[in-house]
Write a protein of this length. Sequence first.
Lengths: 220, 240
Amino acid sequence: MNQTISFFSGFNVNDFWFLGEAALRTLWISALSVTIGTVLGGFFGWMLYEGRLWATLTLAPVLDIFRSVPLIIQLVLFYNFAPIVGLDLDPFGSGTVILTIYTAALVANVARGGIEAVGKPMRRAARSLGMSYWQDMRYVVLPIGGRAVFPAWVGVALGVMKDSALVSVLGYVELLKASQILITRTQEPFLILSIAGAFYFALSFPISRYAAQLEKRWAQ
Amino acid sequence: MIEISGLEKYFGALQVLKGIDLNVQKGEVLSVIGASGSGKSTLLYCINGLEPIQKGSVVVDGTDVHAKGTDINKLRQKLGMVFQQWNSFPHLTALENVALAPRIVKGKSKAEAKEIAEKQLKHVGLEDKLNVFPNALSGGQQQRLAIARALAMEPTYMLFDEATSALDPELVGEVLDTMRLLAEEGMTMICVTHEMGFARDVSDRVAFFHKGVMEEIGPPAQIFGQAESENTRKFLANVR
Ligand SMILES: Nc1ncnc2c1ncn2[C@@H]1O[C@H](COP(=O)(O)OP(=O)(O)OP(=O)(O)O)[C@@H](O)[C@H]1O
Ligand SMILES: [Mg+2]
């Protein structure tokens, strides 16, 4: 068989590793954003629950914006405007910042729901034993509320991992960007997108399985 | 001793307690009876500081519960409370439910806390349920677990807020028996209750609450025999 144009070439093993490496970058940026975003979101959720008036007036609308404006717009806007305010961030940095805030905005609601899920009587019982506000939070609200909203949180985490594909528009070579590069070269979109899809699945399946197992154990 | 004087409590504009004066001596068992909404639960919440008060004072062993500088978390260790809804911690075993507060509030070691928990669970007859999660316990067992959990802090006083009202009738007895046992051991108790039999047999005094006022207080024989207040007689005629 004649290779007509050398610019295009078939999919080979190296490309598979290239995708694998990109999948690790997807995992890395997602894990980082979800971790920091969860901590931040937990804090925001607590403020929404506890802060009442001022949090409702200030924090809630801001979080609403980050939840409702499409992520791709946030990414492009932030990437292009950050330098203006003196933030010199590479695509990875910009992507992480936006994904983190986006995660935090989603987790804030989940966290507030978790605190609300622990009823007032339960918390009074904890306080009546002499627990301080923070002991009640740490030993009663966190485990009980956390378990109640754990499935919702897993949904957020997996969603953010999929949405991290959008960081590709900034040029960060994660799974989707890597696929695009390979498609341009090999002209085999079907094969490559299938492999990329399989990678996404391979990243999220163990997480959702592990989560399901945890839930089952807690349900006992 | 618990000294309540001139206690007034509002929820917004609604006055729920209208000047309560009441002393409870060490070793005494006081039952509090009265119609729904008369302020019985609120009284207990004001005693251990779960609800703020607007006027008057509650003094426990010389410490003003509602004073600014009071370490309320410390004071609450003296005041065990059992609620209508038992509120077991669902993520912890029976043993852990009881051991948690001694460990984190009193700073006991794991081993000490476990020992305390085992002792108190035995006390309420749950020694064979140590490693069981609350959702595998009956309502009566969960309420006894709640009692053990409160006792584990070694309180001087126990406050019971309708401890048996949420229970199926066949489970009421085991919880009342546990409360009787505590009374016999000399525990100081304030029991808000609808169980007139318990109030009559176990209490040293019975207080009747009516619309935020303590209408009458006295020995069970007086309250159940020759109540002075018309309202008391009416209430008792209706519950019988
Ligand atoms: N957190 C609250 N906010 C507003 N009103 C309240 C609150 N808690 C209680 N109340 C009101 O205070 C009044 C007294 O309530 P409380 O629970 O002390 O009554 P109770 O004597 O314990 O009645 P029950 O036998 O039904 O338990 C009621 O009218 C109730 O509606
Ligand atoms: Mg009540």
